[in-house]
Design a protein around this ligand. Sequence first.
Ligand SMILES: C[S@@+](CC[C@H](N)C(=O)[O-])C[C@H]1O[C@@H](n2cnc3c(N)ncnc32)[C@H](O)[C@@H]1O
Length: 207
Amino acid sequence: MPQDRFPASEFDEWADSYDTDITSNEFPFTGYQRVIETVVEYAQAQPGMSVLDLGTGTGELALRFRELGCQVWATDFSAAMLAKARARLPEVVFIQADLRGAWPEELERRFDCIVSTYVFHHFELEEKVRLIGELAEKRRVPGGRIVIADISFEDDAHKQAVKQAAGENWDEELYWIVEDALPALRARNLRVEYTQVSDCAGVYVIT
Ligand SMILES: C[S@@+](CC[C@H](N)C(=O)[O-])C[C@H]1O[C@@H](n2cnc3c(N)ncnc32)[C@H](O)[C@@H]1O
């Protein structure tokens, strides 16, 4: 079997320092709070809305939707990340699941909005598009939004410039390249718009 490049154990090890790392304002978390706020804005959150947060980590994004009075479900495959999120947000329904695997029974319903931050860069472009396509078809209510923020560059030149500036902070992962991602998503019949939020992160809104 091929080795898993991004196993859950890696994120279990990261859980204790994660909340400190996101405050660094350095790659990959430059503008982290602005990115989270942009997702909440584009999600058009209303009290009572059902929201699914994929790859919730310690629950930073889920927390914002709870504060706005939404009903929140959240997934992650790391038990240690989920333990932190559960302690912080007892009223959120947390499900441990790998996004690359079978859809969990507990989430067999449709959501008003599906959100995710800093997760999809662990998947190849083909897998990103497949997952988003399935979310759009099977997991959102008609007219519901999917809002995905992640590490993302306009093109390869943009990525190389940020890589050079990041120096030893850089990890080579499956970052989004907008000029490849938008046509691939649109070829899957998805209506998508993109906004660059920081030098290394942006938000894809699928309506
Ligand atoms: C960089 S953290 C982002 C956490 C949170 N969304 C945030 O913005 O702070 C990435 C999260 O995605 C989760 N993750 C990565 N790959 C996953 C997968 N295949 N299935 C489920 N969760 C995954 C990790 O466990 C981790 O909690």
